[in-house]
Design a protein around this ligand. Sequence first.
Ligand code: MN
Length: 328
Amino acid sequence: MQVDRYRSLFYQTIQTIQKSNRVLLISHPKPDGDTAGSVLAIAHFLDAINAQGILYCKDLPGAHYEFLPGIQRFTNDVQRILDGQPYDCVIVCDAGDLGYAGVERWLPTLSGAPTIINIDHHRTNTHFGHLNIVVEDAAATAEVVAQLFMTQGITITPEMALCLLTGIMTDTGTFTNPATSSSALETAAALIRVGAPYRLLIQKVVMNRRLNSFRLLADVLQRLEVKQPWGLGVTVMTLEDQERYAVDEESTEGIANFLNSLSHEQAHATLVLKQLPGDRIKGSLRTTREDIDVSAFAKLLGGGGHKKAAGFTIDGQLVQEDGQWRIR
Ligand SMILES: [Mn+2]
C-alpha cells in the first residue's frame, strides 16, 4: 500500500478516535484473523488512552483465535450494545458494507450520532462511513491499521503487534498468496520488531490443523476436477462431510486457500462449492494468475471480495448425478 496517499485521512481518523470516550468496534460475522486482529489492536489502543472500547461480532470468534489477547471481549448481544448510552464513534474493520458486517439493521439506531470509521481493503467496499480508509492494495485490514498507528506516532505494544501480525498472516496465507506485497512484508517485519511473536503465530495460525480437517481435505480433494474450457478447478463440500468431520468454519475456509496451490498451468482459478443448511451454497474462488479477477465473477453472483480471493452465496443444492456434481 502507498502510505503517503492516506496520511491526512490517517490523521483525521486518529484525531477522531483520540477525542472519543466510548467506541463501538465491529468485526464481520464468521470472524477471521484479520477482522478480529484489527479490532483487537484498536481495542488495546483505546485501553491505552483510557477510552471505552466495546467489541461486537455477530458470531463469536472460534477456539482457533483464543491466543489473541482480549478475544473474550467480543459480544454478540445487540441489547448490550443498544443500552441507550451514546457512542462517539464506530469502527468497522474488514467489511465491505454494513450488511456484510451484520449490523445494518440496528447500527442507525445507536445514540450519540457516532462518527463511522470504515477501515477495509475489499475492492467492493461501498464507502459507508464518514471516514473511509479503504486501501484496495493492502494485503489485510491489519496492514492498514498498523500503518495508521505507525504513521501517527502511536506506540504499538507487543499485544497490538501480535493481533495485527495475525491479521496479515491469515489474509496472506502466511505470506504466500498474491496479496503479499513488499509493504505487507515490511509492515510484518516492523510488527515483529516491536514484539509480535512470529514463531508462536506460525504454530497457532499454520501448524494447527486437526486430524479431522485432514480427513475432510482428503474427501474434498478426491472430488477436485478441472472443468474445461474455463480451466476452473472445482470441488464440492457436502453437509454430510461437514457433519461427519465436525470441523469449524476456519478449517472449511482453509481448503479454498489450500487449493490455490494448484499449478496455474493446470487451472486458471479454483472454486470450492460448500453446501450450507437451508439449500444455500457458498462458493469460494481463488486464483494466482495476474490476468484473472475472481471478484468480477463473484459479483455477477451477488458476492464480492478481492481480485485473487472472492466468494458468493447462492440458492441451490449440490447433487451427484451419474458421478457428476451439479447445482440444482
Ligand atoms: Mn481482510
